[in-house]
Design a protein around this ligand. Structure first.
Ligand code: PRT
Ligand code: ZN
Length: 300
């Protein structure tokens, strides 16, 4: 790595719900950083890839302005900020390269729990409090509702009891916060999880190649997390049925078993989740000595 090596910058949340998982994913992708807890910039030690640790709300802008090439942020934040950016630049765009399977939540419409919900139309002429004004406006519009939006940057859930709104649109994961505030979720505006985003800045070939390599590694880590290596013994005449049960397996490897002409060993890469139910089904179909192993890395 020389002074002039082109570098890539990745923006992740500094401290919050996405920080730990974002960092874990990048470390599993083989990146090492010279880190310091209070610094915003972490220098990439083994690859020319640096980290910017920022508030999650700033990540879409950093990508749109080309300050960073990649970023990890909730789809909820990316969608809201993109709508905001399009006011100024109608062609603003972010590529969602991979849903990362953490930071799951839903942006939901919630109303006081003692009220009936007859559909979005009941919000007509009312007030909806939210920190996501653009997503909320677009959802209300899609549902033909005319309502006032009250923008709050925190404590949205107390707006109905304070009398500042009739309903709220807010993030929900377990629903505890809503229940504690005597609200109930009644409609989903957006399903969200953390995702890897790429801005639209054009890169010189060398940097583009580095970015592609990095994205492939992240996708590889993702794929490996879902993938299991399954090994089992099977009666030769049950092979077809057993192969059918193996979830997401392409052609399994079939190996002879010394001294057992009627039996074979089967090795398969299962790209979908392997549940206990699958193992029980395999056993009933005649399989024995079933082993499920984790896959650490994958490059396909
Ligand atoms: O400081 P910074 O701006 O970076 O952080 P932040 O405070 O804005 O964000 P943070 O760390 O709270 O959340 C970051 C991202 O995590 C969000 O943008 C979502 O993509 C995702 N996420 C997942 C959530 C939740 N789950 C979640 N439950 N973000 C917020 N919440 C809130 C929710 O609104 C509710 O008020 O947590 C509260 C508890 O939720 P319940 O339903 O489990 O009670
Ligand atoms: Zn934030």
């Amino acid at each position: 790595m020389t002074e002039s090596t082109p570098r890539i910058k990745i923006a992740i949340q500094k401290s919050g719900r996405l920080s730990e998982d974002s960092l874990r994913l990048l470390k599993q992708s083989g990146l090492q950083f010279e880190s310091s807890k209070d610094k915003l910039f972490w220098f990439g030690r083994n690859l020319p890839v640096d980290l910017l640790l920022v508030r999650d709300d700033d990540i879409p802008r950093l990508l749109l302005e080309g300050v960073c090439e990649l970023g990890i942020v909730g789809e909820n934040v990316a969608a809201e900020k993109l709508l905001e950016a399009r006011k100024r630049r109608p062609d603003a765009h972010l590529d969602n390269l991979a849903a990362l399977e953490f930071g799951y939540c839903r942006l939901m419409l919630a109303i006081p729990e003692d009220q009936e919900y007859s559909g979005p139309k009941q919000l007509d002429g009312g007030r909806v409090a939210t920190s996501y004004p653009r997503l909320t406006r677009s959802w209300l519009r899609e549902n033909g509702v005319e309502a006032e939006i009250v923008v709050l940057n925190g404590a949205v859930e107390i707006a109905p009891s304070l009398g500042t709104a009739d309903a709220i649109v807010d993030l929900v994961s377990t629903g505890t916060t809503l229940r504690a505030n005597h609200l109930k979720p009644v409609a989903t505006v957006l399903n969200s999880q953390a995702a890897l985003y790429r801005g639209r800045s054009r890169l010189a070939p060398e940097r583009q190649a580095l970015l592609d390599k990095l994205v492939q590694r992240v996708l590889g880590v993702q794929r490996a997390a879902e993938t299991k290596y399954v090994m089992l013994h099977a009666p030769r005449d049950r092979l077809a049925r057993i192969s059918e049960i193996l979830p997401g397996a392409e052609t399994p490897t079939v190996l002879p078993l010394e001294g057992q002409p009627d039996k074979v060993a089967v090795h398969a890469l299962c790209t979908e989740q392997v549940f206990w139910e699958h193992l029980e089904e395999l056993k009933s179909a005649g399989a024995s000595a079933i082993l499920v192993l984790p896959v650490e890395k994958m490059l396909v």
